[in-house]
Design a protein around this ligand. Structure first.
Ligand code: HAM
Length: 428
């Protein structure tokens, strides 16, 4: 019996034959992760790694029972001791759990953390949407000022720019503080009540349980009704209004083009004040590449100290797909500097010694172990994209000289074995 991977997940492979799946090549993932690490270092974010499963209730409490992530998409299970657990659907709650549990708030310095890892959501798979996807996320804890919001947005935007992306759309909104939301929810309820019977089934449920989420509805009928709905921007408290204005001012100063979308509320319950999404014009329905916002009440609601926080997450699959779509250049995969082809048993031993020694000295060297014909070695060398080849047999061993052949120019150079290391250094 041949097994297949479960629906909605995929392998990341060293070599992917199908051209429409080049985003699954592991060297592209490595390149992306390296750029992310470079950016996070410059912005002062430190890596945090949390388990891929947590107590299910952690996510219910933080994202909200009525959110799609919790009510429809979470992978939950009980372990052998009947503990209710969940594969993490997102990273923020896990980071905050860890922050509280490990008393990180007692450490000095800035509390800025990033993570790269898999998340799990039982969604209908399609391009850009998977049941296991990977996120790079960043969370800045402890600072409530608009500068911190913009540092976060700017980091995400800068990463996209550094990766070479274009045609990005930055959408921002504020969901205000508690008093803002209370006043706005009341007004929205008043407005939507007469339309209740015309709302989609999902929105009717949201009307009772979490009315703000109706703004997120993709249903055309709902959207028509929402056209004339009151906007949250008219209900902002003075504090929320000032905060949001300053965010916009700072974004403008940094030349980040953005649009205020008063219907942007995000699908998770923990947000307050600034929320944002960065979209690519192209990716079709799944065009949100990264998103986040402020969540000042979350830490306290999970049993920690009262500390404001803001963060984002971006999907690595979507990022790699849009990089591919926009024909962003990836670094060429580098082949071995030297490929050794031994002829005979004695040469095999000598070459193996050189192989180990040169690798320890920092060179990328490969060797043909097969003891097949010399042509086979050359084929392997060129399929690996080696730069130089050395064929070593009895004659080379007795003379103490070997020939190094440049595979692209076909030129050869003869040198003593004792000069090999020095010569390779000169080739780098
Ligand atoms: P989110 O918007 O649910 O936010 O997810 C963040 C990003 O993950 C999305 O913009 C998208 O690129 C990617 N993503 C989500 N679901 C899938 C999927 N099924 N397949 C492929 N990619 C996906 C959060 O998760 C929040 N924790 C962000 C945050 C951090 N807010 C504050 N701090």
């Amino acid at each position: 019996m041949q097994y297949k991977s479960p629906k909605g997940v995929f392998d990341i492979l060293p070599y992917e034959a199908k051209t429409d799946n080049v985003w699954r090549q592991s060297d592209r993932w490595l390149y992306l992760e390296n750029i992310i690490r470079e950016c996070t270092r410059n912005y002062g974010y430190k890596e945090i790694r949390t388990p891929i499963f947590e107590t299910a209730d952690l996510f219910v409490r933080s994202s909200g029972e009525t959110s799609d992530i919790i009510s429809k998409e979470m992978y939950t299970f009980v372990d052998k001791a009947n503990r209710p657990l969940a594969l993490r659907p997102e990273g923020t709650a896990a980071v905050i759990r860890s922050f509280i549990e490990n008393h990180l708030y007692q450490t000095s310095g800035l509390h800025k953390y990033f993570y790269i890892g898999p998340m799990f959501r039982y969604e209908r798979p399609q391009a850009g949407r998977y049941r296991q996807h990977h996120q790079f996320g960043a969370e800045a804890i402890g600072i409530g000022s608009p500068e911190q919001d913009v540092e976060t947005i700017e980091l995400l935007y800068y990463l996209y720019k550094k990766l070479g992306l274009s045609n990005l759309r930055v959408l921002i909104n504020t969901v205000g503080d508690c008093s803002t939301r209370q006043a706005y929810k009341h007004a929205l309820r008043e407005y939507l009540s007469p339309h209740f019977n015309s709302l989609s089934e999902d929105s009717q449920i949201r009307f009772e349980r979490n009315i703000l989420r109706i703004l997120d509805s993709k249903d055309p009928g709902d959207q028509k009704i929402l056209e004339k709905a009151p906007t949250i921007l008219n209900f902002l408290s003075e504090k929320s209004s000032k905060h949001f204005e300053r965010v916009q001012e700072l974004l403008k100063k940094q030349n980040i083009l953005f649009k205020v979308d008063p219907k942007l509320v995000r699908g998770l319950d923990y947000y307050n004040e600034t929320v944002f999404e960065i979209l690519s014009e192209k990716l079709g329905a799944q065009n949100t590449i990264g998103a986040g916002g402020r969540y000042d009440g979350l830490i306290q609601s999970l049993g920690g100290p009262s500390l404001p926080s803001v963060g984002f997450a971006t999907g690595l699959e979507r990022l790699l797909q849009i990089m591919e779509e926009q024909k962003v250049a990836f670094p060429q995969a580098v082949g071995p500097l030297l490929f050794l082809i031994p002829l005979g048993k004695v040469a095999l031993n000598t070459c193996f010694d050189y192989l180990c020694r040169l690798r320890h000295q920092g060179f990328y060297v490969e060797m043909d172990f097969s003891e097949k014909k010399i042509q086979y070695g050359f084929q392997m060398a060129s399929s690996l994209n080696a730069s130089y080849v050395a064929v070593i047999g009895d004659q080379e061993l007795s003379s103490g000289y070997l020939q190094i052949k440049n595979l692209s120019t076909r030129e050869s150079k003869t040198l003593p074995f004792t000069d090999l290391e020095k010569h390779l250094k000169g080739l780098l």
